[in-house]
Design a protein around this ligand. Sequence first.
Ligand SMILES: [Zn+2]
Length: 73
Amino acid sequence: MAYQDNGRPQRQMFDITALNITCSECGATIDKLPFEPTQKEDGTYGKLYCYECNKKRMRDRGPRRDFGGGSRY
Ligand SMILES: [Zn+2]
């Protein structure tokens, strides 16, 4: 996977099929996320949504900055 050097950072996708995480909205198995999920103390990953539901939620609520955390520019 190569990064294109055109000034726009590519969104890295994490393959999480091995984690068996299902979407909190539609119940579909999530195989990829744009961020790495972190396991909480209770052994769950909190509420996670599949790509489609994420898209819907982003559209409903507008762009949010809490996507993935870490550095932002
Ligand atoms: Zn979903």
